[in-house]
Design a binder for this molecule. Structure first.
Ligand code: IPD
Ligand code: CA
Ligand code: CA
Length: 271
């Protein structure tokens, strides 16, 4: 990466840091008035959108296009706006919508910056905890400005493994994985926000995260943060794409082989 690209990433991260806090505050204002929130079903009861998701994405789109009119912008709710700069903002205005609409605090705002098919920066903001996770490729990961690391001493038996599930994935892939994890003496949790769970892998609260399929806006920001925190992730762009999604793994590096072994046992049992 040349100096010009590096400066371009830094200036965008500065912008993203400001606007993700503004977006989180807007989301929080809706969260505090849940009783009056408009909610629509998209394809089923697990695939819903609230006025908060829409307004937060609109705010992010407006702020990004005012600052960087030539950048691409891909958001969950309103799709892709194409630009010409070579930078793409990939945004989930609210990750954890099901939690959000049921009054659970497990939700966040996610922003990734993609350049030349790589995630070069990622931000996850949890407004309820006022926690901002951030990373630039090659420069380490931070939580509210302080360096963070994955848990380099944990294993499957002692750490928490987080699972994600959605209606696009065959249930047996989830139940099979949980079965194999329990067989090894592991523990599972599911928070309902994949992006926030992945961020919690980056700071060592969780040992690992696995979901058989996610969209880019759900995961690539936090996967970048995990890698910069010394963790391992699968290669989202090698296994999928910005538009089609991919399987998602993020973990402490010593858990790479154990997690892959559990996943292949499930695949072996069902093939
Ligand atoms: C969902 C959450 C959930 C994950 C799903 C995602 P949304 O995103 O991250 O934890 O399991 O795959 O679609 O719909 O709340 O933005
Ligand atoms: Ca999401
Ligand atoms: Ca969302």
């Amino acid at each position: 990466m040349n100096n010009q690209d590096n400066n371009a990433i830094h200036t965008r991260l500065d912008t993203a840091t400001q606007i993700i806090r503004e977006a989180g505050a807007l989301g929080l204002s809706y969260f505090r008035q849940l009783a009056t929130l408009d909610i629509e079903t998209k394809s089923n009861g697990q695939d819903v959108v609230s006025i908060a998701d829409q307004k937060v994405e609109k705010l992010l789109r407006e702020r990004v296009s005012a600052a960087y009119p030539d950048d691409d912008f891909l958001g969950e709710e309103y799709g892709l706006n194409e630009g010409s700069s070579g930078f793409t903002w990939v945004v989930d205005p609210i990750d954890g919508t099901s939690c959000f609409i049921h009054g659970q605090r497990s939700w966040c705002v996610a922003i990734a910056l993609v350049h030349a098919a790589r995630t070069v920066a990622g931000l996850i903001y949890d407004p309820n905890a006022d926690e901002l996770f951030s990373a630039i490729e090659g420069e380490g990961a931070r939580l509210n400005g302080e360096p963070i690391s994955v848990d380099l001493h944990t294993d499957l038996e002692h750490g928490l493994t987080s699972i994600g599930a959605n209606y696009r994935v065959e249930p047996h892939l989830i139940s099979g994985f949980i079965h194999e994890l329990l067989q090894t003496g592991g523990m599972f949790v599911r928070s309902g926000s994949g992006a926030l769970s992945l961020a919690h892998v980056a700071c060592g609260r969780l040992a690992a995260y696995y979901e058989p399929h996610m969209n880019a806006w759900d995961c690539i920001a936090a996967q970048c943060i995990i890698r910069e925190a010394g963790g391992w992730t699968n290669d989202f762009f090698a296994e999928g794409s910005l538009t089609d999604g991919a399987p998602v793994i993020g973990c402490a590096p010593q858990l790479r082989e154990p997690i892959l072994a559990l996943i292949s046992k499930v695949a072996g049992a069902t093939s």
